[in-house]
Design a protein around this ligand. Structure first.
Ligand code: NCD
Length: 311
């Protein structure tokens, strides 16, 4: 199971043992390895806003002794002059050993990956996929609940446009995790994804309100409404503020862990932050750990052997 030189475009490209290998590697990155990627350069090409994804990738690279180049907005790159994604990727491949790309168009990371030989990592492509977020989400769930297969995970929020949801649900499906999708009708999971779960025999339910299921859940994964992906602002106004998790609601479910990819914009009241079940800031911290693991693996500096032990 060699990860060297590998692209990370969709969680669907990883089977369960490969996902487990990344999680095992991430645990080894709880320790510092300040020279692991010394002399290597990572490029971040971000055409969409980002705080956590870009900066945790950069922090990961710095913490492993590597260096970072890149741009954080399309405006300051040559895409503003009309350069194609493939051409930008080709040029960056001449400057860097790995490329991390975030783009509003679905499939953009795949286009970049097909244009170059260096590993390309998808930092989010439109409403489609966000595989590195999924690795840190799985790592967070595994640390909190140990068994990914035997738990019940609820998803609440914008399940229609939320790429973190699409990626994480596809990953959990590989573990046979029981899932409940909670959303207003306009924001429910895309039909092609639930049909895929039907074909695979994945156990899932769809609900409109979270109250009925909250006590049965091990994890509730809350998301922001992805305002920027709405074609019609009137539709956004109709669903805005449709759900909110607060301390009063959680009083009846003190064991359910609350996760969120962040940023939150009101879906989780700040009075939840101090509860031991609030995992979202730890989750964001795990972004550095999971991304250190991925960078080390695709750049051929894996800490665990192919079978999970030693060199
Ligand atoms: C998410 C994203 O960009 O998809 N953010 C992140 O990477 N942590 C979620 C979001 O923007 O709502």
């Amino acid at each position: 199971m060699d990860f060297k030189g590998r692209d990370v475009i969709s969680i669907r490209d990883f089977d369960r043992p490969q996902i487990e290998a990344v999680l095992t590697e991430a645990a080894l990155h709880e320790d510092d390895h300040p020279d692991l990627l010394r002399g290597r350069v990572m490029a971040t090409c971000f055409y969409e806003p980002s705080t956590r994804t870009r900066l945790s990738f950069e922090a990961a690279m710095h913490r492993l002794g590597g260096r970072v180049i890149g741009f954080a907005t399309a405006k300051t790159s040559s895409s503003a002059k009309g350069e194609s994604i493939a051409d930008t990727a080709r040029v960056m491949a001449g400057y860097a050993d790995a490329i991390v790309i975030r783009h509003p168009l679905e499939g953009a990371a795949r286009v970049a990956a097909e244009a170059v030989d260096v590993p390309v990592i998808n930092g989010g492509d439109g409403a489609n996929q966000h595989p590195t977020q999924t690795f840190l989400d799985l790592y967070t769930i595994q640390r909190a609940c140990s068994d990914l297969g035997g738990i019940h995970v609820g998803f609440l929020g914008d399940l229609r446009f939320g790429r973190t949801v699409h990626s994480l649900a596809a990953a959990l499906a590989k573990f046979g995790t029981k899932m409940t999708f909670v959303a207003p009708p306009f924001l429910r999971m895309p039909r092609h994804l639930v049909e895929e779960f039907d074909d695979l025999g994945v156990p899932y339910r769809e609900l409109e309100g979270v109250e009925d299921v909250l006590r049965d859940l091990d994890v509730l994964y809350v998301t922001r409404i992805q305002k920027e992906r709405f074609a019609d602002p009137i539709e956004y106004d109709k669903v805005k503020g449709a759900y909110r998790i607060d301390r009063a609601l959680l009083a009846g479910a003190p064991d359910v862990r609350i996760m969120h990819p962040l940023p939150r914009v009101g879906e989780i009241a700040t009075d939840v932050d101090a509860l031991p079940q609030a995992l979202y800031f730890a989750q964001a911290r795990h972004g550095v750990t999971a991304r250190k693991a991925l960078l080390g693996m695709v750049l051929g500096r894996r800490l665990s052997g192919p079978t999970g032990g030693g060199s």
